[in-house]
Design a protein around this ligand. Structure first.
Ligand code: SF4
Length: 222
């Protein structure tokens, strides 16, 4: 048995180096473990993305682009918007689009309102690869499907607040979530049966209905 095995590190339930770090208070320790858990989930989705990219002879950013182009409305299928949403530079997106064009997976057409702007779209072949690449999230989807609804609703609220905090700090350029939207009216926690509200749709937003990628989202003015 090597030293790592002897310490028990890596075994289910064994404390990680962060968990056993001296001097961490209970709250700080919980934060560190949550951050570690988020990193693990992020790692799993990155690995799945890399696998899909390898399978289709694409780069990870090219796979992400195909996924965005498969679901985004025309106004979001432009180089600048895609660069902001994926938190990469416009030249990186332009290079990826050029490669996808050469492979026959993406085409473009001038915007009817402004011919200088090109709106990107998937070719039938690109749509096929995008559909196959969506399998990258199949494992995460399956694990989530098995979790209790109450826990998922709580987790959704927490993650949306984390996204809002990261957006506020400039780590995420674009966050099309309710908690970063100018129409979001947060429920008063002191009110009985309080529920969030969407000022645009004039509709209640119960915790399970909060959106992660809303078409109507408008950012809070700086
Ligand atoms: S417009 Fe969309 S993102 Fe904004 S509060 Fe309403 S549902 Fe949420």
């Amino acid at each position: 048995m090597d030293r790592d095995d002897a310490s028990g590190a890596g075994r289910p339930g064994a404390p990680s180096p962060v968990e056993s770090a001296p001097g961490a208070g209970p709250a700080g320790d919980l934060d560190a473990r949550l951050a570690g858990a988020l990193e693990r989930v992020g790692h799993a989705t990155r690995v799945a993305l890399w696998q899909q990219a390898k399978e289709h002879g694409l780069s990870p950013v090219q796979v992400q682009l195909l996924g965005r182009l498969a679901t985004a409305p025309p106004a979001r299928r432009r180089v600048g918007r895609l660069a902001a949403e994926l938190d990469v530079t416009a030249p990186t997106i332009s290079d990826a689009i050029s490669a996808l064009r050469r492979k026959g997976l993406v085409s473009s057409s001038p915007d009817p309102a402004d011919a200088r702007i090109q709106t990107l779209e998937l070719t039938p072949e690109g749509r096929e690869v995008a559909r196959a690449s969506a399998a990258a999230s199949a494992d995460v989807d399956a694990v989530l499907a098995a979790q209790p609804v109450v826990a998922k609703v709580d987790a959704l609220g927490l993650l949306l607040d984390v996204i809002a905090g990261l957006h506020e700090r400039g780590v995420l350029s674009v966050a099309r979530t309710c908690t970063t939207c100018r129409f979001f009216r947060r429920a008063d926690p002191r009110a009985a049966e309080a529920v969030h509200h969407c000022g645009l749709l004039d509709a209640p937003l119960p915790p399970e209905a909060l959106r992660v990628d809303c078409l109507e989202h408008e950012p809070v003015a700086a």
